[in-house]
Ligand binder design. Sequence first.
Ligand SMILES: [Zn+2]
Length: 303
Amino acid sequence: MRWWSVLGVLVALPAMVRAERAADPPEVSFADAKVLLSPTTTTTCTTIPCLIEQAYARDDKARTLALALFEDTGNVAGVGPKELMDGGFRGPIQLVPQLPLGKYRKHLAWTSEAMHSIDTFFATLFEDQKIAPSYRWRALSLRYVRSVGKRTPSAYAFGWTMEYNVEGSLLTTAGGVLETIVHELFHLNDFAHSEWSATTLQQDYDAIVARCGTKASCLEPYAPNRTKVRATGTYYAFQPNNGNGVHEYAAELAVRYFTEQSQMMHSGKLTRRAFKCGPAENARAWQALVDEFFAGRDLVPAC
Ligand SMILES: [Zn+2]
């Protein structure tokens, strides 16, 4: 779940992102799809479905899933390169390409389910709304890899690309995959909004860290989500040596937004206290998130 701004070369200003969505839906280019699906071999294909058919030729079920994922959501599921990653607090990690087929096919099924859920989430939440969210959740490059001897990171994201580790410790259930993808999607949108989290939330974030350090009991009221780092026992949103932690805090905030709006849509109530009804920092962060990315749309009643 690391985010490298240095690699995020596909920067778009927020206004450009909105204009792009209205006039010209985003899409993965054929050249990018070729890198994802046929990185080491030559191909005679001239279309993305052809590339998918060739790459997944030895697994009919996976091929059907990958084709439908592309058809329905514009996402292209291929592989990432072999690389030795600097994992911050995780140490160095060897990653190798791993197409999600055969015994890894379930990851493609979970991804597909998550992407369709996210699509439905936005369609339902913004049905009949005059203003669309300033958010992109379709047409991503999905790079599947496998970590050697480690189970982290589960995923990371840059430049409308999401890298997915089939050995990732958070990616063992459909729910874990959905939550991780919602988290990573936020990183992509945060970056497209000129690193909104660092410009908007940094001051409050730094004050919380100064007050609590990594002590989970102190951080608990401020943590948007329950995900913790096993090695340190602290909340992922406040884990040190993990890039700028405010990026992680904001991505976890987006997960909470997704959770709370989903609960309001499905049952009209929340299963725990609304995040915005916690400390003042929470209320500020929540409102800023809702206004910047989600057109002010918040189904959670006032505190
Ligand atoms: Zn992250």
